[in-house]
Design a protein around this ligand. Structure first.
Ligand code: GRF
Length: 201
């Protein structure tokens, strides 16, 4: 049986596109039931329209407070009723109320080898620190910042002369493989969370 997934994205949506492509190619047994975005101008919205995926805009700036924005986002997510919520460059931290509503049902991709370089500008942090290897991490979302149980990681070399952009481009190619793969494993019912560990069955 196909799973229902919903994607949350705020920007250009290249990871969202990789997921759309993998679904359309029959690699992920899922339907993408919605794109939810906080940014009505996100290029991800164009990608959704092209693929015939319904779009829900929950524009943070249109709400009088963070609480009311989060209530509205929570309602939209509940209405979509997805088996899995995929954070693909969603640029707002989700409050504890939302994270608790979907335990083990929310995944994020982060452009570093966690637990290194959490938060924003992970590629810049890696270049500044001088690491020789960075990468990307797909993980389940819990209430910590980029700290939930790790599903998949891919290592990517940092090359002499790299800047934030060149490293980000190299990591992104790996994100586009890693994220659809993690979503495929979830949709095939092959991921089991045991404490901090994710076992692939
Ligand atoms: C990616 O680097 C992802 O790891 C991070 O945000 C970026 C989103 O890029 N969470 P895109 O919108 O998928 O192109």
């Amino acid at each position: 049986m196909k799973k229902r997934i919903a994607v949350l994205a705020s920007g250009r949506g290249s990871n969202f596109q990789a997921v759309i492509d993998a679904i359309q190619a029959g690699k992920i047994p899922a339907v993408c039931a919605a794109l939810i975005t906080d940014n009505p101008k996100a290029y991800a919205v164009e990608r959704a329209k092209k693929a015939g995926i319904p779009v829900r805009v929950i524009d943070y700036t249109a709400f009088p407070s963070r609480e009311i924005y989060e209530q509205s986002l929570l309602s939209a997510m509940q209405e979509v009723n997805a088996d899995l919520y995929v954070l693909a460059g969603y640029m707002r931290i989700l409050g504890a109320g939302i994270v608790r509503a979907f335990p083990g049902k929310m995944m994020n991709i982060h452009p570093a080898l966690l637990p290194s370089f959490t938060g924003l500008h992970a590629q810049r942090q890696a270049v500044h620190y001088g690491v020789k290897v960075s990468g990307c991490t797909v993980h389940f979302v819990d209430e910590s910042l980029d700290g939930g149980p790790i599903i998949l990681q891919q290592a990517v070399p940092v090359i002499d002369g790299d800047d934030e952009d060149s490293l980000a481009d190299r990591i992104l190619q790996h994100e586009h493989e890693c994220f659809p793969e993690a979503i495929r494993l979830f949709c095939e019912g092959r991921l089991e969370i045991v404490g901090r560990h994710v076992r692939v069955k």
